[in-house]
Design a protein around this ligand. Structure first.
Ligand SMILES: [Mg+2]
Length: 167
């Protein structure tokens, strides 16, 4: 686990490829009737984390703003556990931009070391938030590669998450 803080007060999940399969997130805004597919373990992870931390979604999706992400989360049965959505589309800047994380901190009123970002894109979901002082977990469902560094580690499935954080 990341070593800056063992129990995060806020957990931010990426959307495409982390909570929902990427093919779902790319069609939600455009098609209007999305073929929603949750990533295995997504619902269980949110249910397990919700009693311990504020749950957020942080997305770099090109086509979906905050409202459209909320709609998609609702259709996927995931909205109930989520407190905040932060989207590049609504903010005007993405996760690689430091302003994204400053906005998240200001909104949640938390120091970066009290937040954990989880996502499948190493640059946007791990390297960028780690640079901003957050902890991060890289969700790698594709290979056996494990990446570990200051403030970040690797997760191979969302089903591992509850034990990893609270076990
Ligand atoms: Mg992603």
């Amino acid at each position: 686990m990341p070593d800056r803080n063992p129990l995060p007060r806020a957990i931010l999940f990426d959307w495409g490829g982390t909570l929902m399969e990427d093919d779902s997130t790319s069609t939600v805004a455009a098609a209007g009737s999305p073929d929603i597919r949750r990533v295995p373990g997504a619902l269980e992870a949110l249910i397990a984390c919700r009693p311990h931390a504020t749950i957020c979604v942080a997305t770099n999706a090109m086509v979906s703003n905050d409202a459209e992400v909320w709609d998609a989360l609702s259709l996927a049965g995931l909205a109930g556990g989520v407190s905040h959505v932060f989207s590049r589309q609504s903010l005007g800047f993405g996760k690689q931009d430091e302003r994204f994380w400053l906005h998240v901190q200001a909104t949640l009123g938390l120091m970066p070391q009290h937040m954990l970002m989880i996502g499948d894109d190493f640059d946007g979901d791990v390297a960028a938030p780690a640079r901003a002082g957050l902890n991060a977990l890289w969700l790698n469902r594709e290979t056996q590669e494990r990446r570990v560094g200051t403030g970040y580690d690797t997760l191979f499935s969302l089903t591992e998450l509850p034990d990893r954080l609270f076990g």
